[in-house]
Write a new protein. Structure first.
Length: 168
């Protein structure tokens, strides 16, 4: 059954979500539309941007996946959050996610969920560096190289005893 939600169209992830919606509607015997979403629609925008940003990062800087998992996650998760904040403003999308964002998103603290003790000041410094040096060109690869350097300069490592299972 799960293969029924996989296809190879132009942008399969969106098509797959549409197929999943249709299957949910069929199983639950009712249809919904955009008006039936409340905060959920804002969350969908944000989650889509976040997960899709990882795909952009992976395409622009595939070398990060050859690093140890600890460094890869630091770069990938930091870059995704900083790039999303930039794009929300640049594309004028903040109003589409405002309620969800204001109540559920705190990029300065979220890296703690991944086991990193990154201060808000260090996060702000990385975000400022992106705006000053990389935002105009959208040079994701060079930004990731900068984040790799910061990872080493700051002596970043996951907290002892960190496990993704602890976050469940």
């Amino acid at each position: 059954m799960k293969d029924a939600f996989i296809n190879e169209k132009e942008f399969a992830p969106l098509d797959d979500l549409y197929l999943l919606l249709k299957a949910m509607q069929g199983t639950l015997k009712m249809e919904i539309d955009g008006a039936d979403y409340i905060v959920g629609r804002e969350q969908l925008y944000y989650v889509f941007m976040h997960e899709t940003m990882h795909a952009f990062i992976g395409k622009a800087a595939p070398w990060i996946y050859k690093l140890n998992e600890d460094e890869t996650d630091f770069i990938d998760e930091s870059a995704a959050r900083i790039l999303i904040d930039d794009l929300l403003g640049q594309l004028g999308l903040f109003d589409k996610v405002r309620l969800y964002y204001e109540n559920h998103v705190n990029h300065r603290k979220e890296l703690n969920y991944y086991g990193y003790d990154l201060s808000p000041e260090h996060y702000d410094e990385m975000e400022k560096r992106y705006r000053d040096a990389f935002a105009a060109t959208k040079d994701i690869d060079s930004f990731c190289r900068y984040l790799s350097g910061r990872y080493h300069e700051l002596g970043m490592k996951r907290r002892d005893g960190f496990s993704y299972k602890m976050n469940e």
